[in-house]
Design a protein around this ligand. Structure first.
Ligand code: WT7
Length: 663
């Protein structure tokens, strides 16, 4: 992994804790919260510290196993195996065992479509649908080990598909519905998926997004796909695009399917899913998650971080199942714990800016889990929208995806939580599978903006450049011991796994995040220290956007940086050098931005694009991204003496100031 010393310095200097933490208040758990919390003492931390393996074994015992494991953790760095020899099935744990325990009538999801259609789905009903669809997949020739790609909006069928795959032991690869056809194709091909599950479309801000049409445009280039299943959602007529023998409507398949599909006993280390995420290169990585350790840790973290009471809580993780947050805290954690969740298809401003608060009020949501970017958007919209609704059902709030600034934290606490609800800031990654660093709300005194401490069973250290532990101050976040839900590798490229996470600091997992430890030992995340941007809590690599740009026939070279953005955390700013003879214009800038959106997906569309005759490079030819970030953020440029041509920078700065920025 390439981490330039430049970036390290920038990360360390970017936020002093004192600047960040000007709020200065401490938020211990209130007596009212504590009186009902499932945990109010340090017993879990102590248990994990005194017998780490025993602690994780105890968490695994909360699940139903067909066969017990022989050993808790085999660690052959960087390869971990958890609950070795154990056999279980994820869909059985998420569904059957609750139904068998007499809880089949409990609501699994209150689902709400964007146009306002609603469904209440109980555990029994969900099991029934999963068995039908699992049988349908089997009838299409899917068997244990075959990969299934899922490209669906936030409709119940996305959860049904995931669990049906888990039931028959077919690893799924969910591709976010906002990704482009090209991105879908690359992910299908990397995984060599046999079946694709998609829909005619999904609703987003009142418009139908054409998912099947997107898929159909690339299916000639995905040789591994044998069948496509199409859910009817928007009612768009897609029959003209469907190919007989290959493409089937979901309802037709399910209508004729065997209603019984016994769960496949899976090895604890069998692949449960792949989920692609951006790294520092242009090629997304297929992160591998397996069965026993993953389910153990998502259930554990969901229970304790969110102080779960499955009989009475209504848990709303307002993410999309296309991201790991949705996998772990919409689907697997909550269902393993038998709790009731909320699922919403659309955007928070449709039909009006109070849609979320209407949902909280309607379903009496007790726990809301969302991202700082959403909170900052709500701040911008104004307090009248939440204030117009009864939010008194809420008792706990969560944040994920990027550092939360104390202002946003306090706003969330006051305006959404009514000053009653702890705000848990949760740090984790696609690779970690589950939350690793977060408070326990009945135990930890909160500081707005800090993710506080590693959870019980997790060992983390901040280190300096040389890999020495930093007791107080800034450096890099590393993990010093394996954890059950950790990635087992990058699909098809185990060497890249070692190289990406385990070589920068020998013996440690390097997350790519800068972090500081304050005087009280609290952890403060300060952002990525590599070439990964964080746009609205979504990870996008600079190289991925750069390669989309240079792939346009007019572009000679490009450099992309993430510049601070008040709402989205970072925004994408692209610097582009055109080929000789091509004229820079505002229309052309728009065309290039659209081109990136088409190539990757709308989330990757640069918010600003600056044409430049040349890019600033060191004498050895390396593009000076830090300098471009300074330009993009309007900062003083400081020392530019390492530049090959200092004049280039002045020119870029002049152009940056006159280039329009668009939303
Ligand atoms: C990166 C992982 C984890 C699900 C969503 C994102 C950043 C995540 C926090 C937080 C500061 C955070 C990190 C991390 N991040 N949560 N609470 N505080 N930074 O998953 O797409 O895999 O991104 O998101 O930079 O490395 P992801």
């Amino acid at each position: 992994m390439s981490v330039a010393p430049d970036d390290i310095e920038a990360a360390k200097a970017s936020v002093a804790i004192e600047d960040y933490y000007h709020e200065g208040r401490l938020f211990p758990p209130s007596e009212t919260f504590k009186a009902q919390a499932i945990l109010t003492d340090r017993s879990l931390y102590e248990a994990a510290a005194s017998d780490w393996e025993g602690f994780w074994a105890e968490q695994a015992e909360q699940l139903d196993w067909f066969e017990r494991w022989r050993s808790v953790c085999d660690w052959d760095q960087p390869f971990a195996k958890w609950f070795v020899g154990g056999k279980l099935n994820v869909s059985y744990n998420c569904l059957d065992r609750h139904v068998l325990a007499g809880n089949g009538g409990r609501v699994a999801y209150y689902w709400e479509g964007e146009p306002g259609d609603r469904r209440v789905i109980t555990y029994s009903e969900l099991l029934d649908e999963v068995e039908h669809f699992a049988s349908a997949l089997r009838s299409l020739g899917v068997s244990k080990g075959d990969r299934v790609a899922i490209y669906l909006p936030m409709i119940p069928e996305i959860v049904v598909s995931m669990l049906a795959c888990a039931r028959i032991g077919a690893p799924h690869s969910v591709v976010f519905g906002g990704f482009s056809p090209d991105a879908l194709r690359d992910r299908i091909n990397d995984a060599a998926a046999k079946v694709l599950v998609t829909s005619d479309g999904g609703w987003r801000r009142g418009a139908a997004t054409p998912l099947f049409e997107n898929a159909a445009s690339i299916l000639a280039e995905t040789p591994s796909i044998e069948h496509v299943v199409v859910v009817r959602r928007t009612g768009e007529d897609v029959s003209g695009l469907m190919r007989a023998g290959r493409d089937h409507f979901w309802h037709d398949l399910v209508a004729g399917a065997n209603p019984h599909c016994p769960p496949e006993p899976m090895d604890a280390e069998d692949l449960l899913y792949l989920l692609y995420t951006s790294g520092t290169t242009a090629k997304p990585k297929g992160i591998m998650h397996t069965t026993g350790g993953y389910l153990t840790q998502v259930a554990f973290s969901h229970r304790y971080v969110f102080d779960l009471r499955p009989e009475s809580d209504v848990f709303w993780c307002a993410a999309d199942c296309g991201w790991v947050t949705g996998h772990s805290y919409i689907v697997y954690g909550p269902l393993a714990n038998g709790c009731t969740g909320v699922m919403y298809e659309g955007t928070p401003d449709f039909p009006a800016k109070d849609r979320w608060w209407e949902i909280v009020e309607r379903y009496r949501v007790t726990t809301l889990y969302t991202a700082p970017t959403a909170i900052r958007t709500f701040i911008k919209w104004g307090t009248e929208y939440p204030a117009a609704h009864d939010l008194t059902s809420l008792r706990l709030l969560g944040s994920v995806g990027e550092p939360i600034n104390p202002e946003a934290w306090v706003w969330y606490w006051e305006n959404i939580g009514g000053g009653r609800c702890p705000v848990v800031d949760t740090w984790w990654q696609t690779e970690t599978g589950a939350i690793l660093i977060a408070p326990l709300p009945g135990v930890t005194t909160l500081k707005p903006g800090s993710a506080t401490f590693p959870l019980p069973g997790i060992e983390a250290e901040v280190v300096d450049d040389a890999g020495r532990q930093v007791e107080r101050g800034g450096g890099y976040l590393t993990l010093t011991r394996p954890w059950p839900a950790m990635l087992r590798g990058i699909y098809g490229d185990l060497e890249r796994y070692r190289e990406t996470y385990w070589t920068r600091f020998p013996g440690r997992y390097f997350a790519g995040d800068g972090a500081k430890v304050d005087d009280d030992g609290y952890l403060w995340f300060v952002g990525r220290v590599d070439d990964v941007m964080n746009i609205s809590g979504h990870r996008i690599s600079t190289t991925e956007v750069e390669s989309a740009l240079v792939d346009h026939p007019s572009v000679a070279e490009s450099a992309v940086v993430g510049a601070k953005d008040e709402t989205t955390g970072q925004g994408i700013v692209a610097f582009v050098t055109l080929k000789a003879g091509i004229k820079a214009s505002a229309e052309h800038a728009r065309e290039l931005r659209d081109h990136v959106a088409r190539r990757i997906g709308p989330i990757a569309r640069p918010k600003a694009l600056i044409f430049t005759e040349e890019l600033p490079k060191t004498r050895s030819g390396k593009i000076m991204r830090r300098l471009l970030r300074d330009v993009a953020e309007g900062r003083d440029l400081g020392d530019t003496t390492t530049l090959a041509d200092a004049g280039v920078v002045e020119e870029i700065r002049r152009r940056a100031q006159t280039s329009p920025t668009e939303d």
